[in-house]
Design a protein. Structure first.
Length: 501
């Protein structure tokens, strides 16, 4: 079946458009009209997102004023998917979660026109609110968006107590008193002895639905999806919380920047920063359920055979419209390579997960934890003089491919400070951070030297505010560890100094 892409026509008065553009960080909406087929809607519209507001192609949220319903929704989101070269990863992920039985938003690509001008292909998403529940015949209940990394199901963030147990969450629907349910959940997660954990937590959380969500997050490999990019819904009939995925564009092998994310980046049990994950997988019955479900998923839905038609249908459906997208039409060559990129990610990710299924066995899990503690007690690197670039980083022991070498905390510097920073000696130790900002790596992070044939790579870990350095290949004790200053492992672009290989 072909994938139909409808057109939405947005009309905004010039004065209102100027108000909207005047402050991209404002959440205050401006009035507008939206025409879809023969229907015209009186709406409020505003920008949405965090760092994406700085992009040329921005995302929006829309409130329907008159009529107040649009296909049984009162609010929708239009995501630009600006950094995803395929424009399909978010929809592909949310549809994948639905296939796993996880409560997820519906999504649909659309063409957006504003005041007669084509603004390109957008992804329309359900807003997770009371109308989202009503449309699905679900009982009303409070809904919380996880809006930042404080939503880690812990009492702490970066080793410091949180100001509030609801820190990191924003209530999207419900009453102020409903916060007590969320506070109670987080308290129980953090104070219940492990021996009583299954009995107590099962009274507050739908465990099996959570583990289905975890399988989806681990397969699609959303690095940010473990401490934000999700919603919590408390079903008023079951009295249990469920997890709803949200914003899954940085998946299927791509980072939030659009660059390549290695298929090994997210461990088989999810990111350790999610405290609830860690505790659930310590319970044998939950760990077995998760392992069995993961195996079943890799044999059925997380396969190229199952995903091929879905990927190709979306890709072929939006391709004619990409050619008209003013922000994407010059990148159609990259767009055309994305289906095979996604298929190769599925193959590699599935192979990695299958090889690590043993990590979920109880004896191997304990052995791995003991080994990790032993490794952490001995740093794998040291600082030595290179004889050509001054100081550099060297391996003190053999380091395996994909092993984490260093997680360097960073000092963030916004774009506005760059004109001062580039005049200092710190200029030579700066990393790109996000779209236009800069970070200075602490620890050993600023002492890795450059090579066009590096044996290590690095990723901006926006979640933990670190730059993480990984072995790109096996590294022998005594070898210098180098990275490519251009960011991508095979980027041969010239640098500001003469390279000595």
């Amino acid at each position: 079946m072909s994938y139909h892409i409808p057109s939405y026509f947005l009309t905004i008065e010039e004065d209102d458009l100027e108000d909207l553009r005047a402050d991209v960080w404002s959440n205050d909406p401006i009035p507008a009209y939206l025409k879809v087929e023969n229907d015209i809607f009186d709406i409020d519209i505003a920008y949405r997102g965090s760092y994406t507001r700085k992009f040329r192609k921005r995302s929006y949220w829309i409130d329907f004023i008159e009529p107040e319903r649009f296909f049984d929704a009162h609010k929708i989101h239009l995501n630009a998917e600006y950094r995803d070269p395929s424009l399909i990863r978010n929809k592909l992920s949310l549809d994948f979660f639905q296939d796993l039985g996880v409560l997820s938003p519906n999504s649909q690509h659309i063409n957006l026109y504003r005041n007669g001008s084509c603004k390109g292909v957008y992804l329309q998403l359900d807003s997770v609110d009371e109308f989202f529940l009503e449309k699905r015949g679900l009982p009303a209940g409070p809904i919380y968006y996880a809006v930042n990394n404080h939503a880690n199901f812990s009492l702490e963030r970066d080793g410091k107590p949180k100001d509030s147990l609801v820190s990191g969450y924003k209530q999207a629907f419900g009453k102020p008193d409903d916060d007590e349910f969320l506070i109670e959940l987080i308290k129980k997660i953090n104070t219940t002895p492990l021996a009583k954990f299954p009995e107590i937590i099962s009274q507050h959380l739908d465990i099996h639905k959570y583990l289905h969500w975890l399988v989806g997050a681990v397969c699609t490999m959303n690095n940010d999806g473990f401490t934000h990019n999700y919603a919590l819904y408390r079903n008023s009939e079951t009295k249990l919380f469920e997890v709803i995925p949200w914003d899954y564009d940085a998946t299927w092998g791509r980072k939030v920047s659009g660059g390549i994310m290695e298929h090994t980046y997210v461990p088989i049990g999810g990111k350790q920063t999610n405290h609830l994950n860690n505790l659930l997988l310590k319970v044998p019955e939950y760990r077995k359920f998760y392992k069995d479900l993961l195996v079943e998923t890799m044999e059925t839905t997380f396969t190229v055979d199952y995903m091929e038609n879905k990927v190709l249908s979306l890709h072929q459906g939006i391709r004619p419209h990409i050619l008209l997208d003013p922000y994407k039409k010059n990148k159609v060559d990259l767009f055309d390579k994305e289906p095979e990129f996604i298929f190769e990610f599925i193959r590699k990710r599935s192979d990695y997960l299958n090889k690590h299924l043993g990590d979920l066995d109880e004896t191997k899990l304990k052995a791995k934890q003991d080994w990790k503690k032993a490794i952490e007690a001995v740093s794998p690197i040291c600082i030595k003089n290179t004889g050509k670039y001054g100081r550099g980083i060297y391996a003190t022991r053999d380091i395996k491919k994909d092993e984490l070498i260093e997680a360097s905390p960073v000092i963030f510097s916004p774009k506005s400070e760059w004109k001062y920073l580039k005049k200092t000696s710190l200029f030579y130790h700066c990393f790109h951070w996000g779209d236009e900002d800069t970070a200075i790596a602490l620890g050993n992070g600023s002492l890795f030297n450059h090579s066009y044939t590096p044996n290590a790579t690095f990723d901006n870990n926006l979640e933990d505010v670190t730059i993480d350095f990984y072995a790109h290949e096996d590294i022998k004790a005594g070898e210098e560890i180098t990275i490519n200053y251009n960011g991508e492992i095979d980027d041969k672009s010239a640098l500001w100094f003469d390279v000595i290989e």
